[in-house]
Design a protein around this ligand. Structure first.
Ligand code: FE
Length: 348
């Protein structure tokens, strides 16, 4: 009922967008993207449309909490988050407006958007993708022993695994996807296997895991691809030494493909500027923005029409790689289940 009502509003506003100029000339964006390179993107949008951008920076959880606290008084028009399970959370907490847009539907594959409602409107859209990859110590570990996610929980890798907290959104999303592929029972056994294989209790971020592998503290670790690309593109001698020592695997190339997560966006539920907000999301899906959006943070564009010219990504993936194709909204739906399994097996 509520959804239908909201959709009606968005349809009307969209219709107006094509005939009348935007009534307000600025947008408030709450962003969890903290990449200096995005600044040029916003400037370009303002130059083409005359719509100014004001940005509030916070992390995913902080933005969702703020939206909830502000309620209907929220000045937010656009929400940019960096994880599918957080986007899903925003949706089920009723913080976004459903949007139906031909441009967004054409540019963004259906499995990288929120679940469409009866009218085909989605509440959030992925704009770039990152792969959750495996890195290993080339001096101690054989590539064929760590080329699937399943092997991270295999007894042959006892005492070797380093990984950030299981409750971090990047891991919740990966584990939610694996649960979809393996079924809940096997997924829990796999999580238990990883706990048994840990070289140390989970701590730090993804870059810390990569560095711990290079330092010999662990044999194998899990990281988002862009952290690795950052090190690969670095001129610092110590970063070069890290890259020298580690191998990279895009897991599950002969089964369901490597898990990918998204950075994405949504229109805030209480926007007073819907036409401009939709225009901004459509701009993020345009070829020039896609190129910039992805390259700036070493990610892959979602649009198939955009070619990526990023040497670190090409080198890392050996050209291209097989991606997981399950609807990304599933990782959100599996989140509670995953957290319960983590508690049961003692995965901190
Ligand atoms: Fe990150």
């Amino acid at each position: 009922m509520i959804k239908r009502h909201l959709f009606a509003i968005s349809t009307i506003a969209l219709a107006c967008a094509s005939t009348a100029p935007a009534q307000q000339s600025s947008l408030n964006i709450y962003s969890a993207r903290h990449y200096a390179s995005d600044e040029a993107l916003y400037q370009d949008f303002t130059k083409t449309t005359g719509i100014k951008i004001q940005r509030v920076d916070a992390d995913d959880a902080g933005i969702l909490a703020r939206l909830k606290a502000e309620g209907s008084a929220s000045p937010a028009d656009i929400i940019l988050l960096v994880d599918a399970s957080r986007l899903w959370k925003g949706e089920i907490e009723g913080l976004f407006l459903p949007v139906k847009s031909k441009a967004l539907d054409a540019a963004i594959p259906a499995h990288l958007r929120g679940k469409a409602d009866a009218e085909g409107a989605a509440q959030w859209f992925g704009f770039s993708t990152r792969a959750r990859v495996i890195v290993y110590d080339k001096t101690k570990v054989k590539r064929e022993d760590v080329d699937t996610y399943e092997e991270l929980g295999d007894p042959k890798n006892r005492g070797k695994l380093c990984i950030r907290s299981g409750s971090h959104p990047y891991n919740l999303s990966l584990f939610g996807a694996v649960t979809e592929h393996l079924g809940e029972q096997n997924a829990q056994l796999w999580l238990k296997g990883m706990v048994d294989n840990m070289a140390r209790a989970p701590k730090g971020g993804d870059t810390d895991q990569i560095k711990a592998v290079a330092a010999g503290e662990c044999g194998v670790a899990v990281t988002n691809s862009y952290y690795l690309a950052r090190l690969m593109r670095s001129d610092k001698a110590e970063d070069k030494a890290v890259i020298e020592r580690i191998g990279v695997v895009f897991p599950n190339q002969s089964s369901w493909g490597t898990h990918i997560n998204i950075a994405g966006g949504a229109v805030a539920k209480n926007t007073k500027n819907l036409p401009a907000a939709v225009k901004f999301l459509e701009y993020l899906a345009s070829p020039s923005a896609q190129e910039h959006f992805a390259n700036g943070n070493n990610e892959w564009p979602v649009s198939k029409d955009v070619r990526l010219a990023n040497p670190a990504l090409q080198a890392m993936a050996g050209g291209d790689f097989k991606r997981e194709t399950i609807p990304i909204s599933i990782v959100g739906m599996n989140q509670v289940k995953v957290q319960q399994m983590l508690d049961r097996v003692g995965f901190k």
